[in-house]
Design a protein around this ligand. Structure first.
Ligand code: DX5
Ligand code: ZN
Length: 218
């Protein structure tokens, strides 16, 4: 298992401080980029993500909830261990966006809304490093986990077969359900409120490892 801390639930006025708090207890930083079109919310874009680079050694998992990922992906300063994930429903054709991301030299991911048929991502499984299963409607943190995501994780796991593609799951995951998400077949757990919504984000991340039945290796 890998654990990704979603900055959406962090204090935007103290991002570097909040990142430092979880640095030793998570594997990735999950950055939710929203454009007010693809989802009815606005967060931050490349300037904020790039400014955070010098404050952490954690890889970035950039989740683009925007209509034009092919247009904006190049503005993120990425490293080979980072990933940029687009949505299959975005206005830019996924084929084009994934090519742009590959050219940047980082990992490429594809995601889809809870209401989008799972089969919609199957044509891209040979072109991505990860699939991000949304277990809430994208746009906001702190929503309840949609249990139908568990069946989608299992079906996706079967379809992926032996391909080197990770399954990440995003939305509504906390100490009470992290184990069921892992048991369904997730490789990467994304958690926002369950980490940064707590008074001690480091302890909250450690609790997620424990509840998942894993020991944090570090
Ligand atoms: C929602 C975002 C998630 C969000 C998850 O659109 O993609 O990454 O931060 O937040 P929690 O863990 O609070 O559901
Ligand atoms: Zn996300």
């Amino acid at each position: 298992m890998k654990l990704a801390a979603s900055l959406l639930a962090a204090d935007f006025a103290h991002l570097a401080r909040d990142v430092a708090r979880v640095e030793g207890a998570v594997d990735l930083l999950h950055l939710d980029v929203m454009d007010g079109h693809f989802v009815p919310n606005l967060t931050f874009g490349p300037p904020v993500a790039n400014a955070l680079r010098s404050h952490t050694r954690l890889p970035f998992a950039i989740h683009l909830m925007i209509e034009r990922p092919a247009q904006y992906a190049r503005e993120f300063q990425v490293r080979p261990e980072d990933s940029i994930t687009i949505h299959v429903e975005a206005a830019d054709p996924p084929e084009r966006s994934l090519c742009v991301i590959r050219d940047l030299g980082c990992k490429a991911g594809i995601s889809f809304r809870p209401g989008t048929p799972l089969e919609g991502v199957f044509p891209f499984l040979d072109r991505v490093d990860l699939v991000l299963v949304m277990s809430v409607e994208p746009g906001f943190g702190g929503q309840a986990f949609l249990p139908q995501a568990l069946d989608r994780i299992r079906a996706l796991r079967r379809e992926i077969g032996s391909r080197p593609v990770e399954i990440a799951v995003d939305g509504g995951i906390g100490p009470g359900n992290v184990r069921s998400v892992i048991e369904a077949g997730a490789d990467v757990i994304v958690a926002g409120s369950a980490i940064f919504g707590r008074s001690d984000p480091h302890a909250a991340a450690v609790e997620l490892w424990t509840k998942a039945g894993h020991t944090r290796r570090s």
